[in-house]
Design a binder for this molecule. Structure first.
Ligand code: ATP
Ligand code: MG
Length: 437
């Protein structure tokens, strides 16, 4: 049956029943009784409608707090439909809140910043990454103009020019940010920020590496070429002058060879395919050997002490020897005559470590984080004098990394430095097993 009929049929039937009842009363008890019954029934019906209308009005004022009655007649159907509507609405609302909670959580975890602004750049909402990148605070800055909050001339120019198809690279609070504005919904705009500090740093390191490597190779080549030209132009040079030139050419050739050797070592250490092949590292023999070598380098100008308090380990002897050797030869090269150099091999709760302590020139804190970068040298002129390439600590870092270790550095200018090669406890070799045998 169609809905119209469903409504009108019972209503008509109810009215018909009232009239039939009134007619019966008229016939049995007279006209007055019939009319009285008819009007009483109609008044009852009207009161019932008014009562349900009143209940409906009250319910509409506060649909959540009140319960709908079961109703009577057509009201039963109306109330049950309203009840279904409310139930569907509650379900939709619950789903919507769940989605909103998920969306909020995703926005909180997003590494990129998102700011929603209206058409005149008033801040409506932003996520925590945007707060970090741009120095905003949602609670405090909501409703304020973004150009008043981010007072950077490049950013303001970007907004004024409105060339939003191109992203903007901005340096803000020591971070490199890629910023893009995307208009949406006609009256709103999204500002997206991406932190490119790390990728920019890697890019810069790559550029620096190429520039430095070319520069480092060019310097000895220029010296060698210079002497070769002299030899060509002056074939009859005094033998002792020629010998001096040859000595310098050999030194520069050696320097180039060391440099290329170090670069190849680094590339090899960095390659993930290069296997470790651990063996028992006889620490005492290795450190005594290193000490002998650096005593030659020091030529009696420094006082050394060696203390071995730790166990042997499983690792790559050659790699560790070159790393430890670098730390010790750095101590020699960067400690003036008469300085003290202490070498300590010890076991700690976290694992064994090799400590190299010197009373040398040290360096200030700003160099600390860059020290293990390739070619990085604190004092370029001095390193040239000491023939350093700046690759040593980069190699140390990689060797330690391959052994699951880290490099700790403490230093203070003109007072000395402490370099600590920390290795994990898992690397300690057992007393009896010798992987070589
Ligand atoms: P290479 O080791 O490749 O021959 P290098 O010694 O100059 O050259 P690294 O060993 O990487 O290079 O050291 C980088 C820089 O760190 C050095 O140039 C020096 O400025 C500083 N440095 C390293 N060790 C010390 C130390 N013990 N005292 C003071 N400065 C140091
Ligand atoms: Mg070195």
């Amino acid at each position: 049956m169609n809905p119209k009929m469903l409504f009108w049929m019972p209503a008509a039937l109810r009215l018909l029943m009232v009239f039939v009842g009134a007619a019966v009363a008229w016939l049995c008890f007279g006209a007055v009784a019939g009319l009285l019954l008819c009007s009483a029934s109609l008044i009852m019906l009207v009161i019932l409608q008014l009562y349900y209308l009143y209940r409906l009005g009250g319910w509409l004022d506060n649909p959540r707090g009140q319960k709908l009655p079961d109703g009577w007649g057509a009201w039963t159907d109306i109330f049950s439909r309203l009840y279904r509507l409310r139930r569907d609405d509650e379900k939709n609302q619950a789903e919507l809140s769940e989605w909103l909670a998920r969306f909020r959580q995703a926005m909180h975890l997003l590494p990129d910043g998102v700011v929603i602004m209206d058409d005149v750049l008033f801040l409506e909402w932003c996520n925590p990454a945007a707060e970090r990148h741009l120095g905003l605070q949602h609670g405090r800055d909501k409703g304020m103009r973004v150009t008043n909050l981010i007072r950077n001339p490049d950013f303001i120019d970007y907004i004024i020019l409105g060339r939003y198809d191109q992203p903007l690279l901005l340096t803000l609070r020591d971070r490199k940010l890629v910023i893009q504005i995307i208009p949406f919904e006609n009256r709103r705009q999204i500002l997206v920020t991406h932190d490119a500090t790390e990728s920019e740093r890697i890019d810069m390191m790559r550029r620096d590496f190429i520039a430095n490597a070319s520069h480092e190779l060019r310097t000895p080549l220029t010296v060698i070429n210079g002497f070769l030209e002299i030899a060509q132009e002056h074939p009859n040079l005094e033998p002792h002058v020629r010998a001096g030139h040859l000595k310098m050419m050999i030194e520069q050739g050696q320097r180039m060879q060391n440099l290329i050797g170090d670069m190849l070592t680094l590339t090899r250490l960095e390659s993930i395919d290069y296997p470790m092949r651990p063996e028992r590292v006889h620490i005492e023999a290795m450190l005594k050997n290193i000490l002998q070598e650096v005593e030659v380098l020091s030529a009696g100008q420094h006082v050394f002490s060696l203390r071995i308090d730790g166990p042997d380990i499983n690792g790559n002897t050659e790699e560790l020897r070159s790393a430890f050797n670098n730390l010790v030869s750095n101590a020699v090269r960067y400690t003036p005559v008469g300085g003290q150099i202490d070498l300590i091999w010890q076991n700690t709760q976290n694992g064994p470590q090799f400590v190299v302590r010197d009373t040398g020139i040290g360096f200030s804190a700003e160099h600390m984080s860059r020290l293990t970068e390739r070619f990085y040298r604190v004092d370029k002129s001095r390193s040239r004098e000491t023939r350093g390439t700046g690759l040593g600590l980069a190699i140390v870092k990689h060797v330690l990394l391959r052994h699951g270790g880290t490099l700790g550095v403490e230093s203070s200018q003109n007072k000395g430095s402490v370099f600590t090669a920390r290795l994990p406890a898992s690397i300690v070799a057992s007393e009896t097993t010798d992987l070589l045998t």
